[in-house]
Design a protein around this ligand. Sequence first.
Ligand SMILES: N[C@@H](CCC(=O)N[C@@H](CS)C(=O)NCC(=O)O)C(=O)O
Length: 210
Amino acid sequence: MKLYYDETLNPRKACAVARHLGLPVEFVHVRLARGEHRAPAFLALNPNGRLPVLQDGDLVLWEANAIMCHLSNVAGAALWPHEARAQVEVQRWLSWDAFHFTRHGGTLYFENLIKPAIGMGPPDAAVVQEAARQFSLSAGVLDAHLAGRKFLLGDALTVADFAVGAALPWAKEAQLPLESFPAIRRWHARLDELPGWRDPFGAAPLAARG
Ligand SMILES: N[C@@H](CCC(=O)N[C@@H](CS)C(=O)NCC(=O)O)C(=O)O
């Protein structure tokens, strides 16, 4: 399997799951800042021109959430659960995340971190203010849900944790307003105990990882 990635938010989900599961994945670094995702060869894999992309035999899969589920299936793991009720719960959090939590967290990540880093100018203050407001509303929902739970579905770690947590490693640089949400901070610290989550882009061979 080949996993095309850069060290950014959406590829992080797929890389972290691949490393967490210890799968024999070849990591292919596609540098967004150099425009490598707009090369014809890459667009032939993903016409959206976005990362991550997974190539597994004749399957070419884009969308980080789908890639995480596929990797879990390949490993015979239950990060994408086998049981129907749990699948629906995971799907609920993936949808919520895409439309609310990481949608607005992603905007803060883009405005406060990516734009200045690639010379697109300073953050747009109005966009930042509205994204921070929306992010805080969603964070309140998440914080209440996580109080008394280890992971989003309870005791079992799932792809939903990898998705909903995706922006948190950049919380400081993206200026995510998390001060009022202790259960989210505790959950993030728990995810940080997983080597694959903590270091998804590391260069060491997978076999050498814990
Ligand atoms: N919905 C896609 C989003 C992928 C995405 O936007 N990836 C960013 C990197 S975090 C990207 O490749 N951006 C390139 C561009 O916007 O030109 C997914 O979850 O995989």
